[in-house]
Design a protein around this ligand. Structure first.
Ligand code: PRP
Length: 206
């Protein structure tokens, strides 16, 4: 397990306005295409680099298999992989969940399996967001059946208040409150995945 995981916590206005200015109309909210930016592309890049440095250190020169959970994790995996300085390969899985609202909330089903065995390998599961924990709990159990040498989880965002299944990531980019976030891989009805910043979907547009 990763030691010293410096989880950044996020207040809605963190890094963009002083606490004293939150309730004023002059709050320095940054927007992109009219959407409130929660984490800018620069903040993301800096945090991803920190995560990559920690993962590199923890691997101690050993090889790695990075498993991206489609589709949302694709941009994060692409960026994170380029900050990890060991011999790494990629694989991908895709899941779907029943009873799904805006984010997953039901039983998980695998719709694309791994291409290669992970037996005896160091595995890093890469997710854009850890929400109820249903997806990662399902995947962790599935992957452990193959007896990897190690299995760690990296998630860019973590919403601990939403957890149903007891699971923690080894590497967390930002811990956030229960906001509906889009961009940098995350979607609303399949849109907005290509936004370079992580933005907040306004409640009246959900
Ligand atoms: C999102 C996200 C995670 C999952 C997390 O995927 O990418 O895989 O939900 O939610 P959970 O912790 O509640 O299980 P989604 O199913 O929306 O698919 P996508 O990645 O294709 O957007």
């Amino acid at each position: 397990m990763a030691a010293g995981n410096p989880q950044n916590t996020c207040g809605i206005c963190t890094d963009r306005a002083s606490p004293d200015s939150r309730d004023t109309v002059s709050m320095a909210t940054v927007t992109y295409q009219g959407l409130e930016v929660l984490f800018s592309r620069q903040q993301i890049a800096e945090r991803v680099a920190e995560m990559g440095a920690q993962i590199t250190k923890d691997l101690n020169g050993e090889k790695l298999v990075m498993i991206g959970v489609l589709k949302g994790a694709a941009p994060f995996l692409a960026d994170l992989s380029r900050t990890i300085q060991v011999d790494a390969t990629f694989d991908f899985v895709a899941t779907t969940s029943y009873g799904k609202g805006l984010r997953s909330s039901g039983a998980v089903k695998l719709i694309k399996d791994l291409d290669h065995s992970i037996e005896g390998k160091n595995v890093l599961v890469v997710e854009d967001i850890l929400d109820t924990g249903l997806t990662l709990s399902y995947l962790r159990k599935l992957f452990l059946q193959q007896h990897p040498k190690s299995l760690r989880i990296a998630t860019l965002l973590d919403k601990p208040s939403r957890r149903i299944e007891k699971i923690d990531a080894d590497y967390v980019g930002f811990s956030i409150p229960n906001l509906f976030v889009i961009g940098y891989g995350m979607d609303y009805a399949e849109r907005y995945r290509n936004l370079p910043d992580i933005c907040v979907m306004p409640p009246d547009q959900q």
